[in-house]
Design a protein around this ligand. Structure first.
Ligand code: FES
Ligand SMILES: [Fe+2]
Length: 349
């Protein structure tokens, strides 16, 4: 059965926010997958996520208060626990027939891992222990990201994903004195293989014109890059005794806006001193992607679909095939069969 994948994929974990931005006893409103959510951290430090819409009369719950145990709606004071169950309706008189505990606000499974909060957007009745694994991050002994950049792109999630993983735009979009000067282009040849819900660029030595790696790590670095649905790219650079892990999580805010969270973890002690500089570079790099994708949207309104050719566009083609297969497997109630085949891709960049 051929299925058109939905524009936004359900039944997956989405990056919600960096855990450092969520203090105990606080919540923040976040729009994820066109769902207004309230992401909170209770008095014990556990994270949770609820729909940010009061089931009574639709007030955003994030306009109300949270005491570390229960969220109180600002309109009529209904209270909800972290599992979304209503615990109190202040106006109730003794003997009322309203069954408070049957009133619920939608709950989204939420978990925190290596300093990030993820929410599961999908069937809320799925048992928590049967949920899929979180997108894996290699553990390098660092509990939380050393650096985080967040930015919104004015485009659909698909455009953000394929724009960020596009291997051919570097010399044109990201050229700077510290990164591939003079648009010198070299032939790249990389081995790819399927990985859970995505693909992996096998461990390799980065091209000699990627000067930044040498600049920051010294020694002979080795890189492995993994992509996984819905839109999580993880790059692990290992050099000598050092590790640097970069994660880019692409999360739909709605159909037309997408949030990019780029984070870097490192074990290189002296990188801490360079943090302001690295933050500047990371911000500028992602902003270049934001600007180019925004310009692209002007043209795309007049030419759909895109002409994705072979070689350097293969990753984008894989992304769409992964999405399609994910939707088909869900619709047919069968296991996901990874459509990516191991191959060597060659391009110039
Ligand atoms: S709208 Fe929330 S309590 Fe009335
Ligand atoms: Fe880019």
């Amino acid at each position: 059965m051929a299925v058109d994948p939905p524009s936004l994929l359900n039944d997956l974990w989405y990056f919600a926010l960096s855990g450092a931005g969520l203090k105990r006893g606080k919540f923040v409103p976040r729009m994820i997958m066109d769902e207004p959510m309230l992401i909170g951290r209770d008095a014990d430090g556990q994270v949770f996520a609820l729909s940010d819409v009061c089931p009574h009369r639709g007030m955003p719950l994030s306009e109300g208060r949270f005491d570390g145990r229960e969220v109180e709606c600002c309109y009529h004071g209904w209270r909800f626990d972290r599992g979304g169950r209503c615990t109190a309706i202040p106006w109730l008189v003794d003997g009322s027939e309203i069954e408070v505990s049957r009133i619920k606000v939608r709950r989204f499974p939420a978990r925190e891992h290596l300093g990030n909060v993820w929410v599961y957007v999908g069937d809320p009745d799925k048992a928590e222990d049967s949920l899929p694994e979180l997108p894996p991050l290699p553990a390098i002994g660092v509990a939380a990201p050393n650096l985080s950049v967040e930015m919104n792109f004015d485009c659909h999630v698909d455009q953000a994903v394929i724009g960020l993983m596009d291997p051919a735009h570097g010399p044109f979009v990201h050229s700077a004195w510290w990164w591939r000067p003079n648009r010198e282009m070299q032939v790249k040849e990389k081995e790819f293989e399927p990985a859970p819900f995505g693909f992996r660029m096998k461990r390799h030595k980065p091209a000699s014109n990627s000067r930044a790696y040498y600049l920051f790590l010294g020694g002979q670095p080795e890189t492995e890059i993994t992509f996984r649905l819905p839109g999580v790219r993880v790059e692990h650079v290992h050099a000598g005794r050092y590790d640097v892990v970069q994660m880019t999580a692409v999360t739909p805010i709605d159909e037309k806006t997408t949030r990019i969270n780029h984070q870097i973890y490192w074990t290189v002690p002296w990188l801490n001193a360079l943090k302001p500089f690295l933050l500047h570079i990371a911000y500028r790099f992602i902003d270049q992607d934001r600007v180019i994708v925004a310009k692209q949207q002007r043209g795309l309104k007049h030419q759909q679909p895109m002409l994705l050719v072979r070689d350097a566009d293969t990753l984008a083609r894989w992304y769409f095939r992964l999405k399609k297969e994910f939707a088909a497997a869900a619709a047919e109630g069968r296991a996901f069969v990874n459509p990516v085949e191991a191959t060597v891709l060659r391009w110039r960049s």
